[in-house]
Design a protein around this ligand. Sequence first.
Ligand code: NAD
Length: 537
Amino acid sequence: MASALLRLRSAAAFRNFQFYFRAMSTSYLIDEPKYSFLKELGLDKVNVGVYDGKWKASGKTVTSICPANGRPIAEVQTGSVEDYDRCVQAAQEAWQTWADIPAPKRGEIVRQIGDALRAKLQPLGQLVSLEMGKILPEGVGEVQEYIDICDYAVGLSRMLEGRVLPSERPGHALLEKWNPLGVVGVISAFNFPIAVYGWNSAIAMVCGDVLLWKGAETTPLVSVATTKVIEEVLVRNNIPGAVCALCTGGADVGKAMSQDERVPLVSFTGSTKIGQTVALEVQKRFGKHLLELGGNNALLVNEDADLDMVSRAIIFACAGTAGQRCTTTRRLILHEKVYDEVLARLKKGYEQIINRVGDPLDSGILYGPMHSELGVEQFKKALTAAVEQGGKIEFGGKVINRPGYFVEPTIITGIAHIAPIVQDETFAPIVYVLKCSSIDEAILWNNEVKQGLSSSIFTKDLGLIFKWIGPKGSDCGIINVNIPTNGAEIGGAFGGEKHTGGGRESGTDSWKQYMRRSTITINYSKELPLAQGIKFE
Ligand code: NAD
C-alpha cells in the first residue's frame, strides 16, 4: 500500500515537474496574474500587429521578450511589405475625410485620445516598463508625455496661423497659408516606444495629416496597445481607423516607407547610422524627413558649481534608464578643482543605485535592465575598447549575474577626450569622466563630437551662462543650465544638430514640419498688373 502510494506520488511529482518545466519554458507572462494589466489593454497571447481600420497581418510572428527576466510576454504577428502597402492606401483614403475636418474639430478628437490614454495611464505605463525595461515611474511618465502633448495639440489646433502681408500691387492680397502634407510615416526607436509616436501623432493630426507608424521590432506590444486605445476613439467618432494606421515590422517595412513617394514626410527616431540611410532614401525622392538621431551629451561642471545640486543631477543623468536615453550624459567634464570631489560623489551615488537594481515594475527600484541582449553586447564591447584606449574602470564594468539583461552602471576615468570610444555614442550606462583645466576648454570638448543633441553646464557665473547659450557656447539643440542633460519639456522644440539630424519635435513651431507652406496671391481688382511693371502685350 505504502509503496503504491509512493509510486503514485512520484508519478504525480514527475507529471508536475513536466508541467512546470513546460510552463516555465513556454509559458507567457500574459497568462500570469502579476501581468493582468496586459489583458486590460486588450492584448492576447498572439496579437495582430497591423491596423488599417481592420486588424490583419501576414508578416512573421515575433515574440516580445521581457528584458527584466528574458521570458516571453506575448506574440505579435507583424506586417509584411504587402501589409504596409495596404496601410498606405487606406491612410491615403482616410486623409480625404480627415483633411476636410476643421482643425479645431480634429483637436477635439485628439483631446478624446488624451482622455482615453488618461483612463489607461497605469496599464499602459506598466506595459512600457515591462516591454522596454525602464522603471515604472518612467513608463507611466512616458504615457503622461503623450497625454500632455495631446493637451498641447488641442490648443494648437486653434492657432495654426498663416499671415496676410501687404501686396505691392493694388487690388491684390498676399497670404501665407499652411496645408497638411498627407500621410506622415513615423519610425520610432525602442527606448521611447510610446512618447515619440505621441509627440508626432498629436501634432500631425491637428495639422490635418494621417499617420502610419512603425515602432521598434522589440516593442510591438506597446504599438498594438496604443493603437487599440486610439482606435476606440476614432470608431466612436465615426472616423476612418486608418487616420492612425499601424504596421509593426522590421527594416523591410521601414525601408519601404523611406522609398515611398506616397509618404511625403518620414519622421525617424533612432540611431545616426540607420537615420542616415533613411534620410538618403527620402531625399532621393525629394521627400521631407524629420530626424531625431543619436546623442553624445556632455555635462560640464565649473569650479564654482553647487556640488550638492551636481551630485543629485549626475546620478540620474548618467545612470537613469540604465543609460538608454538619447539625452543620457555620456561625458562628464569636470573642472580640475572639483574633479576629485565630484567623482567621489558620483561613485557614492552609484553604490546606492546598485542596491536598488531589480524588476522595473517593482516599487523602490531605481535601475532596470538593458532592453536586450544586443545592448549587453554593446556594453561589453565598449568597455573593452575603452580599456584598450587608455581608460580605467573606476566603477562597475560587469554584467550582473541575474536573469534578464542587467549590467552595472559604469564609470570610466583616465581616458582622453578625443579617444574614438568617447567620441561615439554607446547606448549603455557608461560615463566617461574627463578632467579639464578651464571651462573654455570644456566648451570646446562639448562641441568637438559629431553629435549635437543635449548639453548642460553647472555654474553660478552669469557671464559664463550667457557665453554657454550664445554663439560660442554649446552647439547642441538642447542647452541646459544647472539641470541634467535629460528630461526635456514638451513646450520647447526637441531635437539636435549635426549628426543628431537637425529635426525638431513637440513644442513651439515644430508643427510647421508637418505642413506645407503655400504663398498665395489673389487679384481682386479688374486690372492685371504684371510683376516688375512688365507689359506683355
Ligand atoms: P535603430 O536605429 O536601431 O532603430 C530605429 C528604428 O529604425 C526601428 O524602428 C527599426 O526597426 C528601424 N529600422 C531599422 N533598419 C531600418 C531601415 N533600413 N530603414 C528604415 N527603418 C529601419 O535605433 P534603436 O536601437 O531602436 O534606438 C536607439 C537609438 O535611437 C540611439 O542612437 C538613440 O540615441 C536614438 N534616439 C534618439 C532620440 C532623439 O530624439 N534624438 C530619441 C530616442 C532614441
